[in-house]
Design a protein around this ligand. Sequence first.
Ligand code: HEC
Ligand code: HEC
Length: 169
Amino acid sequence: MITRSMLTLASVLLSLCLAGGAAADGPERVPPVKDPVVLKECGGCHMAFQPAFLPAASWRAMMKGLSGHFGEDASLPPDKVKQIEAYLVRGAGRDTTDGAPLRITELRWWKREHDASEVPPDRWKDPKVASKANCPACHLAADQGNYEEEGERHEGERKKHHEEDGDDD
Ligand code: HEC
Ligand code: HEC
């Protein structure tokens, strides 16, 4: 009984959220990275970004250019490149009208979700944030694929559980 009413409330909350446009294209939850090789090789310099945030073409392009990866040399032996690329492509998000960007932070929905109305410009200058790509600075559960709320405003356990049941991609 509790479950049923909780689910009802959760779907109301969810549809409000969808109607509000916030979740229209920015996923609140994405499957976390579980592959130990990806976690190790793509999680050393920054959080291992979840594959669902970029389309397959982006991951393919990125894995071809690891020696010049945003100004860093992130090269890997060919067998690892192949293995990681397969993982990223398997979990990739839908194609976007943005083409095959290499940055999540350049996707249109990302920019909209993080415009000045959502994130006060000063926030980006906080040394704890330092970069737009530093997702876990604000989304404390980012490494678990949870972006539904910013850390300090976290609430809505019900919503969270509902979304675990219904993977809506
Ligand atoms: C040697 C360090 C290093 C390694 C290893 C590394 N990266 Fe990066 N990556 C960077 C840097 C530096 C940036 C730019 C970060 C910034 O703008 O703050 C970046 C940015 C990114 C971005 C774009 C983030 C955004 O702005 O949306 C993605 C996606 C990404 N890396 C994926 C990967 C993947 C996949 C791997 C594993 C194959 C990987 N990285 C391994 C250093 C690294
Ligand atoms: C400076 C803090 C900050 C950083 C860094 C940041 N975000 Fe956000 N993010 C926010 C805020 C604020 C919102 C809008 C309010 C909300 O929904 O929590 C948001 C919203 C989102 C949403 C939409 C969530 C929803 O409820 O629909 C996603 C997805 C997201 N961010 C992903 C990312 C990713 C991926 C990164 C790193 C590449 C990132 N964010 C970096 C603060 C940040």
